[in-house]
Ligand binder design. Structure first.
Ligand code: SAH
Ligand code: SF4
Length: 400
């Protein structure tokens, strides 16, 4: 057996949360408290070399050396934008890569993490969706993003105190649909919250979903953290077109799931994300429809001006339309923010986390469908505008 063959058979300890590490130690005939020590070395101190772990017995270290490893993601690119935003590209094997982004702000540092290589949800406006799905990331590849970013940033900033954290917030808003990969996402979330690992507050860890209803319940049951829901349309007709998941779980069932989630959530509101796409979902009439739609769900809105990407066939809303939309929502008492574009010079803006994926889904078919849908949406808009021109009064009412 060659050395590299032997290496690949080692157990990567980044795949285990506290419970998993405990079981691993027990299986090796070690006391359960060793798991806590190991966890602190790996996650609080960023150690990957067992010889550094000096408070572990020599015999235990020797065993670990033989059977285990702490292997973080393989970084293939590392770029920092002029505003301090930093983006890493991680190899996930077979020529595929995913991205993570660190966004420094005045009093916090946010890491945007990926959960899948590609995504199967095929949302019309998303460059990840456009690439199709390759595979779920493992726990070691999800928590490995935080492990790598936190300890690299600490080293760069020369922080030696293990109690001082650079990353205070994590958002699962990178590539992929986190709720389609709960088996790996849940242990990763548990490590983010665990005091022996990253000790983040539940309110500062956010999972973003396109609306998988049953899995929202599951998340609430297993590890409730802050929830962001990508809504993006004020009615089923439009949402069916731009987010295929809506054909399975419509808006009503999604909002019901949000209300159930609020009973266990660490925050008393759901964040709705709403991309503003020029001429598709950004009219004042649509803002009004949205206000009625969410009237009995405690929520905040995060408006995201659409990030165009090659071949999207869609455009970003005009700044005036963004402002008018935000004003409507705020005017109705819904706290609404417009997401600022960060890291623009390194394509690190949200929804731009494209990575490089070899698709395993039927992409050609999806592409053809997407062109038909974009055509349909623009034809409907044309019809509406034509109607508004012929009936100026009702048109004014609709568009204000
Ligand atoms: N799959 C999850 C999380 C990843 S996407 C979800 O859909 O919620 C993270 C956010 O980026 C989502 O709100 C998504 O709708 C948004 N997004 C996707 N493509 C975008 C684009 N081109 N411009 C702006 N935001 C985009
Ligand atoms: Fe997947 Fe989210 Fe992109 Fe939709 S928006 S394709 S769910 S990553």
């Amino acid at each position: 057996m060659t050395v590299s063959e032997k290496d690949t058979q080692k157990v990567n300890l980044l795949n285990f949360d506290a419970e998993g590490l405990k079981k691993f130690c027990e299986d090796l005939g070690e006391k359960p408290f060793r798991a806590k020590q190991l966890e602190r070395w790996i996650h609080r101190r960023g150690a990957s070399d067992f010889s550094e772990m000096t408070d572990l017995a020599k015999s235990f270290r020797a065993k670990l050396e033989k059977v285990a490893e702490v292997r973080g993601p393989e970084i293939i690119r590392d770029k920092t934008a002029s505003d301090g935003t930093r983006k890493w590209l991680l190899s996930v094997g077979n020529g595929n890569a995913v991205e993570m982004v660190y966004i420094p702000q005045d009093n916090r540092g946010t890491l945007c993490v990926s959960s899948q290589a590609g995504c199967a949800m095929n949302c019309l406006f998303c460059s990840t969706g456009k690439q199709g799905f390759n595979r779920n990331l493992k726990t070691s590849e999800i928590i490995g993003q935080l492990w790598h970013a936190e300890h690299t940033l600490r080293r760069d900033l020369e922080i030696t105190d293990e109690n001082e954290r650079v990353i205070s917030n994590v958002v699962m808003m990178g590539m992929g649909e986190p709720l389609q990969n709960l088996d790996a996402v849940i242990p990763s979330l548990r490590l983010m919250l665990d005091d022996n690992a990253y000790g983040l507050s539940r309110r500062r860890v956010t999972v973003s979903t396109s609306g998988l209803v049953r899995q929202i319940d599951k998340l609430g049951e297993l590890c409730p953290v802050a929830l962001a829901v990508s809504l993006h349309a004020p009615n089923d007709v439009l949402r069916d077109k731009i987010m295929p998941i809506n054909r399975k779980h419509n808006i009503e069932s999604l909002l019901e799931a949000c209300k159930r989630y609020l009973k266990v959530a660490p925050r008393d509101f759901i964040t709705f994300e709403y991309i503003l796409i020029g001429g598709v979902n950004d009219s004042v009439a649509q803002a009004k429809e949205l206000i009625t739609l969410v009237q009995d769900v405690p929520c905040k809105f995060n408006l995201i001006p659409f990030n165009p990407f090659p071949g999207s066939g869609l455009k970003r809303s005009e700044p005036e339309a963004v402002q008018a939309f935000a004003d409507r929502l705020n005017g109705a008492g819904i706290v609404t923010t417009v997401r600022k574009v960060r890291g623009d010079d390194i394509d690190a803006a949200c929804g731009q986390l494209a990575g490089e994926i070899k698709d395993r889904t039927r992409l050609a078919e999806k592409r053809a469908n997407r062109e038909i849908i974009i055509k349909e949406i623009s034809q409907e808009k044309e019809k509406e505008e034509h109607h508004a021109r012929r009936n100026p009064k009702s048109g004014n009412e609709r568009r204000e």
